[in-house]
Structure formats: C-alpha cells, structure tokens
Ligand binder design. Sequence first.
Ligand SMILES: *[C@@H]1O[C@H](CO)[C@@H](O)[C@H](O)[C@H]1NC(C)=O
Ligand SMILES: *[C@@H]1O[C@H](CO)[C@@H](O)[C@H](O)[C@H]1NC(C)=O
Ligand SMILES: *[C@@H]1O[C@H](CO)[C@@H](O)[C@H](O)[C@H]1NC(C)=O
Ligand SMILES: *[C@@H]1O[C@H](CO)[C@@H](O)[C@H](O)[C@H]1NC(C)=O
Ligand SMILES: *[C@@H]1O[C@H](CO)[C@@H](O)[C@H](O)[C@H]1NC(C)=O
Ligand SMILES: *[C@@H]1O[C@H](CO)[C@@H](O)[C@H](O)[C@H]1NC(C)=O
Ligand SMILES: *[C@@H]1O[C@H](CO)[C@@H](O)[C@H](O)[C@H]1NC(C)=O
Ligand SMILES: *[C@@H]1O[C@H](CO)[C@@H](O)[C@H](O)[C@H]1NC(C)=O
Ligand SMILES: *[C@@H]1O[C@H](CO)[C@@H](O)[C@H](O)[C@H]1NC(C)=O
Ligand SMILES: *[C@@H]1O[C@H](CO)[C@@H](O)[C@H](O)[C@H]1NC(C)=O
Ligand SMILES: *[C@@H]1O[C@H](CO)[C@@H](O)[C@H](O)[C@H]1NC(C)=O
Ligand SMILES: [Cu+2]
Length: 361
Amino acid sequence: MACSSLLRPIILPVAFAVLVIASVAHGAVVEHTFNVGNLSISRLCQPEMIITAVNGQLPGPTINVTEGDTVVVHLVNQSPYNMTIHWHGVFQRGSQWADGPSMITQCPVGPSGNYTYRFNVTDQEGTLWWHAHISFLRATVYGAIVLNPRTAAPFPAKPDAEHVVLLGEWWNANVVDLERMAFLTGVPARNADAYTINGKPGDLYNCTAANQTEVFRVRRNETHLLRIINAALNTPLFVKVAGHGFTVVAVDASYTTPYATDVVVIAPGQTVDALMVADANATASPGGRFYMAATPYDSAVPSGPPFSQTTATAVVEYVGEADDDAVPPVLPARPDYNDTATAHRFWSNLTALVSVIIVLL
Ligand SMILES: *[C@@H]1O[C@H](CO)[C@@H](O)[C@H](O)[C@H]1NC(C)=O
Ligand SMILES: *[C@@H]1O[C@H](CO)[C@@H](O)[C@H](O)[C@H]1NC(C)=O
Ligand SMILES: *[C@@H]1O[C@H](CO)[C@@H](O)[C@H](O)[C@H]1NC(C)=O
Ligand SMILES: *[C@@H]1O[C@H](CO)[C@@H](O)[C@H](O)[C@H]1NC(C)=O
Ligand SMILES: *[C@@H]1O[C@H](CO)[C@@H](O)[C@H](O)[C@H]1NC(C)=O
Ligand SMILES: *[C@@H]1O[C@H](CO)[C@@H](O)[C@H](O)[C@H]1NC(C)=O
Ligand SMILES: *[C@@H]1O[C@H](CO)[C@@H](O)[C@H](O)[C@H]1NC(C)=O
Ligand SMILES: *[C@@H]1O[C@H](CO)[C@@H](O)[C@H](O)[C@H]1NC(C)=O
Ligand SMILES: *[C@@H]1O[C@H](CO)[C@@H](O)[C@H](O)[C@H]1NC(C)=O
Ligand SMILES: *[C@@H]1O[C@H](CO)[C@@H](O)[C@H](O)[C@H]1NC(C)=O
Ligand SMILES: *[C@@H]1O[C@H](CO)[C@@H](O)[C@H](O)[C@H]1NC(C)=O
Ligand SMILES: [Cu+2]
C-alpha cells in the first residue's frame, strides 16, 4: 500500500481537533536547510568511514531559538536512505504532522526527496534535540535544540558562556547494515565501538587523532552552562568533570530546583542543563586541563543488551593557565557501570522549580 494513502485519513481529524487549542506565538522565524547526505569521516582506527550526516557535520547543526519562535527546516535528502527528522520533546501543539516519526505522522522522505518541517516552540525553555526517526540512522543524524527564554532564565547565576554537550554512540560500521543484520538474525546489534562527546570519542580510545577530542575552553571563575544531551541509542551515561561540580538547573526543557552534584546521570533521549563554575584547584592540574568523562550505566547486567565498558572524554581547558599540552588532563573517578545507588541519588533528587509553574499560571 502506498504510504500516503495509509497516513492521511488518520492524521487529518486529529489535526483539526488540536488546532483549536493551539496557543498563539509571536516570535521570529528561524529557518534551516538540512542537507542529509554521505559524509566521509575518520574515527578511531578507521581512516575513512561513510556516514549519513546533516550538512556534512557530526553532530548536525544546533537549532538555537527563543521561546515563541517558529522553526522552519527544509529537509533535503541526498542520502541513499529514507529519512525523517523527529524534534525530540517539542510539544508540536497544532503541528503534529511535523513531529517526524516515519510511518506515524508522515511518509518517509525518499532519496532525492525533500520535506519542510514547520512548528512553533511554545512554553518550553532549556534544551531539547532532534534526530533521524527512521532506523539506526539516528546514530549519526542528530543535533541540539536550544530554547532560550524570552526573559532571563531562573538560574542561581548568569552563565558567562554555554556549550552543547551531545553524547552519542559510534559504530565502526554502516549502521543501516547493522540494523538489517540484527533484524535478519534476531541477534541484537553489537556494542557501540565508542561513546562520543560532540561526535568525538576522545583520546582514551586507540588511534584517536587530536581532532577527535572535544575541547571546552573556560576562564577561571566563569560560570558555564552545559546543555548535556544523551543522543546514544541504548546506553544511559554518567558524566563527570575532574575537579568540578555541577548545579543542575533544567531537565528535558523544564526548570529544576537547582541541584548540586558532582555527577550527571542521563538516559538516552534526556537532556540535562547544568551550570559548571571554573573554580578547579589549579595545583591539581599543572597543565590546566581536566577531562570530562562519559561512562555507561546499566542496571540490567548481565541480562540486558550488551554495552561497551569504555570512556568517552572531552577536555576542559583553562585559558591562560599553564597551557602545557605535555601534561595529561586530570581524569575524574568514574562510577562503576552498575552503580545504581549513584543513579538513584541523582534522579531522586530532581524536582521541578515550583515557583516558575506558579508564575506561568
Ligand atoms: C505559529 O506561530 C505563528 C506566528 O505567531 C502563527 O501564525 C501560527 O498560527 C502558529 N502555528 C500554530 C500551529 O500554532
Ligand atoms: C553514499 O554512500 C553509500 C555507501 O554507504 C554509497 O552506496 C552511495 O553511492 C553514496 N552516495 C553518494 C551520492 O556518494
Ligand atoms: C544561541 O544564541 C545566543 C544568541 O542569540 C548565543 O548567546 C548562544 O551562545 C547560542 N547558543 C548556542 C548553544 O549556540
Ligand atoms: C522508503 O519508504 C517507502 C514509502 O514511502 C517504502 O515503500 C520503502 O520500502 C522504503 N524503503 C526502505 C528501504 O525502507
Ligand atoms: C523539493 O521538491 C520539490 C518537488 O517535490 C521541488 O520542486 C523542489 O525544487 C525541491 N527543493 C529542493 C531544495 O530540492
Ligand atoms: C586498544 O587496542 C588494544 C589492542 O588491540 C585493545 O586491547 C584495547 O581494548 C583497545 N582500547 C580501547 C579503549 O578500545
Ligand atoms: C583530523 O586529523 C586527521 C589526521 O590527523 C586528518 O586526516 C583529518 O583530515 C582531520 N579531520 C578534520 C575534520 O580536521
Ligand atoms: C577567582 O575567584 C577567587 C575567589 O573568589 C579569587 O580569589 C580569584 O582572584 C579569582 N580569580 C580570577 C582570575 O578572577
Ligand atoms: C589543591 O590541590 C593540591 C594538590 O593536589 C592540594 O595540596 C591542595 O590542598 C588543594 N587545595 C585545595 C584548596 O583543595
Ligand atoms: C558491580 O559489578 C561488579 C562486578 O563487575 C560487582 O563486583 C559489584 O558487586 C557490583 N556492584 C553492585 C552495586 O551491584
Ligand atoms: C539525594 O537523594 C538521596 C536519596 O536517594 C538522599 O540520600 C540524598 O541526601 C539526597 N540529596 C543529595 C544532595 O544528594
Ligand atoms: Cu527522540
């Protein structure tokens, strides 16, 4: 059966019902073109891999908007695969046909096809993300959505700078072939070969060239907002930065009561916004560099799906302090993969920022 005749009768009645209650937005129009196509990239010990990526970037472009804006994304599919993009966590009030799940709200966009997504972001502030919503292609087709408030965010300190921290999983393989094989054999796809931070595995892995480690530059005493997103397919992750603590201020584009912690625990699909003050003990790192480390959390061992017990790293580098690249960065102590107590402590301490809800009402 043709995809379009299958979908239309289902979508239209729902669309009209929801349109009536859609709120009115008065924002700017933020427009992007996403050219999805082959990207040749070197990762781990693979000199040249062909992956599917948006605009030749891994991760893809950040969509940076203010609450109330209209987002318009032209998807131009130059890849050999069917494609759709899902705007993970966006409410899609009155625009559910723009949500992106293939064969649910739209037909897949075939090779050489194109499609325009159009939706408003209303009543959501913080961080969300987008990803391919078709097969394993979300392993490489993903990016951040930054949702700025129209007025100041209710943070305990105003950030001096902000960074997207997109966590992912990397396979030394064509992920579409991996999925086909898993489907044919009934055996789950093998472990990811690496975890990544902004598409880069970091230098604890073999053969990682200098340009495969993400660097976040900070100046002493600055407050940095980290927009942490777990874009991995399967694996919850622990995130730590040696010598630094975090104050969690939002989760999944909802503000939280500020929560101080030295570890962030984040499941696939989730986002955590955390403030990090650059106040590390300078004596502790003569090179002025500290590792950010992302490691797996899995409570279902050994019955759950297999996962790689490796560490992705990025580097937090203090500008103007002992910039000696010969001194390795300081590595944080990392929780065991089965440290459920740490995961429970983190998740059970997150509460909504109630004052904001009262203001909105
Ligand atoms: C999105 O915002 C625009 C501009 O304010 C408005 O014209 C449009 O009706 C909104 N769309 C939906 C689905 O609410
Ligand atoms: C893209 O890569 C695939 C292999 O992954 C290949 O079959 C295809 O020909 C490539 N397409 C283009 C336009 O280079
Ligand atoms: C988003 O845009 C604002 C300015 O409009 C900028 O200050 C901020 O750094 C940007 N954030 C990201 C993550 O690109
Ligand atoms: C691509 O989508 C079309 C429906 O639009 C479907 O008929 C076709 O089987 C899909 N191709 C693959 C490889 O899934
Ligand atoms: C998108 O597809 C339409 C027809 O399906 C075509 O007219 C248009 O030129 C295409 N645009 C791009 C940017 O490929
Ligand atoms: C690096 O390669 C060695 C030898 O092949 C292997 O034993 C080790 O597990 C690899 N390390 C990582 C982090 O992949
Ligand atoms: C990364 O480094 C490798 C080897 O040092 C080089 O071949 C490659 O072109 C570089 N990639 C980028 C994006 O700079
Ligand atoms: C950083 O803050 C500490 C404590 O407030 C202060 O002693 C120090 O001078 C500050 N350093 C810089 C470079 O601002
Ligand atoms: C800073 O680190 C050094 C060396 O690790 C240690 O001796 C010193 O006590 C630390 N200072 C503070 C304030 O923690
Ligand atoms: C975690 O697993 C290790 C073995 O890998 C085991 O020794 C340890 O007791 C486990 N810890 C918890 C909290 O289950
Ligand atoms: C967090 O939650 C745990 C219980 O899971 C509790 O023992 C702890 O005191 C809470 N507070 C902090 C700051 O971790
Ligand atoms: Cu999603």
